[in-house]
Write a protein that binds this ligand. Structure first.
Ligand SMILES: [Mg+2]
Length: 441
């Protein structure tokens, strides 16, 4: 018997619920439902017109219904009378296969057939910027190497503390907050968990950071590359596979502490990194971050070649500690559910095909890349990534033809829309279109 949201509302003094979902472009959409109406909504869902969102539907389609997952309930830390709920989309009595949370749940089911669960943590970098998005908010944050700058961090103490206190309150286990490598850029870390929980928290984290920044008179952006000369917003993920309480990636006998299963999983991600970029780097602006020249701080901290290493941040995959790896490809515009689903799908292909990632590289890839011309490169712009996805037999097999067709169709429409007004050129300034369409991603 699932939790009764009507009773929970009474106990916790919740007056309203946000029944929310994320569409294919990662936009968070909701209905605000009074607690007195929640029983019906919990059973049958809140109705939405799918065509009005980034899902491949028509205006003639019947309503789709967002059925909330009571386990995802979060009382807004800054307004406890509102309860936030992640939901799964249903239409005509069936789950909507192209809805990102359903896509992730389907991948989790595939992994469960092998008695495995994925645990993951995400590192969501963001900038605090001026209201109009033209610059960073703190005029004194101008060091050329601003990473871990204590003064710039502490000038934002009130906001950072409120976000971190909220995470403590919600039981996420936050453990550190810092100023990142770009002026105006921050990162906050909380404990890893089952990948569905992490994905729901990732969605909520972005909403919370944006909301609390507004409350403090600021604006937060997760845009991949809001400023040409500064390091962009990454969204690195730390990944391990578990069977009950055993980490199946851990092997102390290996020099990097990874099992054969982990290398196969990692090999699958390396094989499919090009098509995966369509999910992990989903915006036009994303391609200013990967394959980028060094920034003012000296390094872009983003990958360009498909390679892996031990504890070395110049590669797409880093193995910082035994029993897990860090995938550094994703940026702040990635869809939280497709991030996790993409990793599982590619990793499963790796397991099933016993993919061998080869030897790890120990070089500084930012300076030595010319010696590694044989390595596959990441896509140079969004068109290339979408084309790779369209052609990917493996991801079509994992996600289903319709899901990939819908995603490719919607992304190509967006690219056409951009090309009517602008031209993408990494050497020229970030366009107004990119800012208008990505600052609030
Ligand atoms: Mg970081």
């Amino acid at each position: 018997m699932s939790k009764n949201l009507f009773k929970i509302a009474k106990q916790k003094k919740i007056k309203y619920f946000l029944i929310s979902f994320v569409d294919l472009f990662g936009v968070l959409r909701s209905k605000l439902v009074p607690a007195q109406a929640i029983s019906e909504m919990q059973k049958n869902g809140a109705g939405f017109a799918g065509f009005a969102t980034w899902l491949d539907m028509t205006p003639a389609d019947t309503d789709m219904f967002a059925i909330p997952d009571p386990d995802s309930l979060i009382q807004l830390p800054w307004n406890k009378e509102v309860g936030w709920l992640a939901s799964d989309l249903w239409m005509g009595g069936k789950p909507v296969n192209a809805s990102p949370r359903v896509i992730l749940k389907n991948q989790i089911k595939q992994l469960a057939k092998k008695n495995l669960k994925m645990k993951s943590g995400v590192e969501c970098e963001y900038f605090l910027i001026s209201q109009d998005g033209s610059g960073i908010a703190d005029a004194r944050d101008i060091q050329s190497k601003p990473c871990y700058d204590q003064s710039a961090l502490m000038r934002r103490y009130d906001l950072i503390k409120e976000i971190c206190d909220s995470m403590i309150d919600m039981g996420w286990g936050p453990y550190q907050n810092d100023h990142e490598d770009a002026n105006g850029q921050f990162e906050m870390n909380w404990d890893y968990d089952n990948c569905l929980t992490t994905a729901d928290r990732h969605v909520f984290f972005k909403y919370m950071v944006k909301s609390l920044s507004e409350k403090h008179g600021l604006r937060a952006t997760f845009m991949p590359k809001p400023f040409e000369k500064l390091t962009g917003n990454g969204c690195h993920a730390h990944v391990s596979l578990w069977n009950e309480k055993t980490n199946k990636f851990l092997d102390h006998g290996d020099r990097l502490g990874l099992s054969r299963l982990a290398y196969n999983f990692l090999g699958g991600i390396m094989n499919l990194a090009q098509p995966l970029s369509a999910f992990f780097n989903p915006t036009i602006n994303s391609y200013r971050r990967i394959n980028a020249p060094p920034t003012k701080s000296g390094a872009s901290w983003s990958p360009s070649s498909i390679s892996y290493s031990g504890n070395n941040r110049t590669h797409m995959i880093r193995i910082p500690d035994p029993g897990r790896f860090e995938l550094r490809l994703m940026d702040g515009s990635t869809n939280p559910y497709l991030l996790q689903a993409g990793i599982i799908a590619a990793g499963l292909h790796g397991i099933n095909n016993k993919s061998d990632p080869g030897e790890p590289l120990a070089c500084n890839m930012y300076t030595d890349y010319k010696n590694y011309q044989n390595l596959k490169k990441l896509p140079n712009e969004i068109e290339d990534a979408i084309e790779e996805l369209d052609q990917s037999k493996e991801l079509r097999e994992s996600f289903g033809e319709n899901v990939i067709d819908s995603y490719v169709k919607l992304k190509n429409q967006e690219i056409d829309d951009f090309n009517k007004e602008e031209r993408f050129d990494k050497k020229s300034s970030i366009t107004d279109w990119e800012k208008n369409n990505t600052l609030d991603c």
